[in-house]
Design a protein around this ligand. Structure first.
Ligand SMILES: Nc1ncnc2c1ncn2[C@@H]1O[C@H](COP(=O)(O)OP(=O)(O)OP(=O)(O)O)[C@@H](O)[C@H]1O
Ligand SMILES: [Mg+2]
Length: 277
């Protein structure tokens, strides 16, 4: 099982849209996908018709005192969506109260890690949508993932927000002594505007090797898909944006398999060094 977190401390850059689009494309490929909504605004929960202001069960339950994180208790919180192979662990607005506990309070940072461990046989891919705020929820989303996807809106202030996010990652990598692989995904690109063209070239100039070589275009069909509550690939399978998300998904999937191969090869090497293979 793989865990992908979609995050950026800047708001409105396309995190929720990217999460739903990639999750939908993975489900289309036959993967069993769990979508975890870690944003107190609950945009992903609303996308699938839930009401984050008024949901009796949500991921919040797992963060409460004395919560027992086991398969049986997690299964009670999962909601099958009306789309094949897509299951949602919804958010509730109560999640906002967690942020008052601050970052790193005893044990709270690993709640999602422990949750995912319990469901690893039930799903092939977990996609986590996160809030645009550095706090205990974003820390959970980062601690749990194998791969981090950072959508960046191609506009004037993009680099500032991106620098802040990368700074956070460096701090966390040092404190957790773990290197997190990340990929920057330029979003809402509009080739007719100087702001889009200029900021895309600044992002590539500064973060070239960590940036996906293509971009997601601005496309009102994504807004329409969200309004209709339908994953973008099912809403309009031939729109410009879904074609771009499709090539992003294939690129992520391919580079993921490459990484696995390298790990496997390295493991073989070290075993043969020990006379094991
Ligand atoms: N490529 C795109 N073209 C046009 N509109 C888009 C595109 N991507 C996302 N949007 C729209 O922009 C708005 C913000 O997108 P989204 O909710 O995905 O951002 P977000 O980063 O999750 O926001 P927040 O930080 O508030 O959670 C939504 O109305 C969405 O439909
Ligand atoms: Mg969002």
């Amino acid at each position: 099982m793989q865990v992908w977190t979609v995050a950026n401390q800047k708001g409105g850059v396309g995190k929720t849209t990217t999460s739903v689009a990639l999750a939908g494309l993975a489900a289309e490929q036959g993967q069993r996908v769990l979508l975890i909504d870690l944003d107190p605004q609950g945009s992903m929960t609303s996308y699938f018709g839930g009401d984050p202001d008024n949901t009796p069960v949500s991921v919040f339950t797992l963060f409460q005192d004395k919560a027992i994180i086991c398969l049986e208790s997690i299964v009670q919180l999962l909601i099958p969506t009306r789309f094949e192979r897509m299951t949602l662990l919804p958010a509730s607005t109560a999640l906002a109260t967690l942020e008052r506990h601050g970052v790193g309070k005893g044990g709270l940072g690993l709640v999602i890690c422990r949750t995912i461990e319990q469901v690893q046989d039930e799903f092939d891919l977990v996609v986590i949508d996160s809030p645009p705020v550095l706090g205990v929820l974003l820390i959970n989303a980062l601690a749990a993932c194998d791969r981090l996807i950072i959508p960046v809106q191609t506009e004037y202030l993009a680099l500032k927000g991106l620098d802040r996010m990368i700074h956070t990652l460096r701090m966390l990598s040092q404190s957790q002594q773990r290197l997190l692989e990340y990929v920057i995904v330029p979003t809402m690109f509009d080739q007719r505007t100087h702001a889009s063209v200029g900021s895309l070239s600044s992002i590539r100039h500064k973060y070239g090797t960590q940036t996906w070589p293509s971009k997601i275009p601005v496309d009102t069909r994504l807004r329409d898909a969200s309004k209709a509550g339908i994953p973008p690939h099912l809403f309009d399978s031939n729109s410009h944006s879904i074609n771009s998300y499709r090539s992003l998904y294939q690129w992520l999937d391919k580079s993921q398999r490459k990484t696995e191969k390298v790990y496997f090869w390295t493991a073989r090497q070290s075993l043969s060094g020990l006379g094991g293979m």
